[in-house]
Design a protein around this ligand. Structure first.
Ligand SMILES: NC(=O)c1ccc[n+]([C@@H]2O[C@H](COP(=O)([O-])OP(=O)(O)OC[C@H]3O[C@@H](n4cnc5c(N)ncnc54)[C@H](OP(=O)(O)O)[C@@H]3O)[C@@H](O)[C@H]2O)c1
Length: 249
């Protein structure tokens, strides 16, 4: 039989995607919707998230925006409840929501340190728990956690962000051991520097700088589609995606 080059590999798949208002999450929403997925998008900035959903729908895709604060168990529960009511259980969860605040350890303000763990670690845990229930019923599913090369390295001013991503790496690797027997795939995605506004937001006082040497967010999205379309019965359990170019100082 001839190959069907027009088949959309994620047709009939419902995806929950956190951090969808911008950056890697936004790019992944577009990429997965192009591949035929029905994407249920969550972030705190509902206007921006709605714009992402509208752009997808305008191009014939299926997307819906919901308010989501992954640091709040109640907000995650509300997101899951609405998403399941409207679209049934998810086949795929992509945890892309994340924040970083880079300061020396004795210079964090207020709860900046704790908030990185609430978003990066607890948010990943909450959304995983909520998505897993339905995936276990289906005996099928895929959870993709966007961590970072920071999850296995160290750097000055990284006690909060790097430590939180080390936790995401450990969580994700153990999760795979918990669920692989249930037919659920788990992938840890570890980008290096990606051209998003993350760098400006995470370094207090930093101004715009040349990011053209970094990996475009769309390329991380393509890598996520690649792991989601791995052959049946296999799991690409970890990928690192780094820029080929060297940092511009
Ligand atoms: N850029 C890089 O170089 C790089 C490298 C390695 C790994 N990463 C990781 O990639 C992921 C995406 O980062 P990015 O580069 O795309 O950064 P970004 O452009 O700043 O996007 C971050 C996303 O996370 C969402 N978010 C933050 N706090 C949230 C919360 N409490 N609840 C729900 N959503 C929340 C933001 O939406 P709202 O503000 O609207 O809530 C936004 O959509 C993060 O996990 C980051 O650690 C980034």
């Amino acid at each position: 039989m001839p190959a069907d080059f027009t088949a959309r590999p994620l047709h009939n798949k419902t995806v929950w995607l956190t951090g969808a208002s911008r950056g890697i999450g936004r790019a992944t929403a577009i990429e997965l919707a192009k591949a035929g997925a029905n994407v249920v998008l969550g972030a705190r900035s509902i206007e921006q998230t709605e714009q992402v959903a509208e752009a997808i729908r305008a191009n014939g895709g299926a997307a819906e925006a919901h308010v989501l604060d992954v640091a709040s168990w109640e907000s995650c529960q509300a997101f899951a409840r609405e998403a399941i009511e409207r679209h049934g259980n998810p086949s795929i969860l992509v945890n892309s929501a994340g924040i970083g605040t880079f300061r020396p350890v004795d210079k964090f303000l207020d709860d900046e340190f704790e908030q990185q763990f609430r978003v990066n670690v607890f948010g990943t845990y909450y959304m995983t728990r909520l998505a897993l229930a339905g995936m276990k019923q289906l005996g099928d599913g895929h959870i993709v956690n966007v961590s970072s090369l920071a999850g296995e390295n160290e750097a000055p001013m990284g006690t909060g962000y790097f430590a939180s991503k080390h936790a995401v790496n450990g969580f994700t690797k153990c999760l795979l051991q918990d669920v692989r027997g249930d037919g659920i795939r788990v992938t840890l995605v570890c980008p290096g520097s990606v051209d998003t506004r993350f760098h400006i937001d995470s370094h207090p006082g930093m101004h715009e700088r040349d990011q053209t040497w970094m990996v475009p967010a769309a390329q991380i999205a393509r890598s996520i589609l690649h792991v989601l379309t791995a052959p049946a019965g296999t799991d690409i359990s970890k990928i690192d995606v780094r820029p080929l170019a060297k940092p511009k100082k």
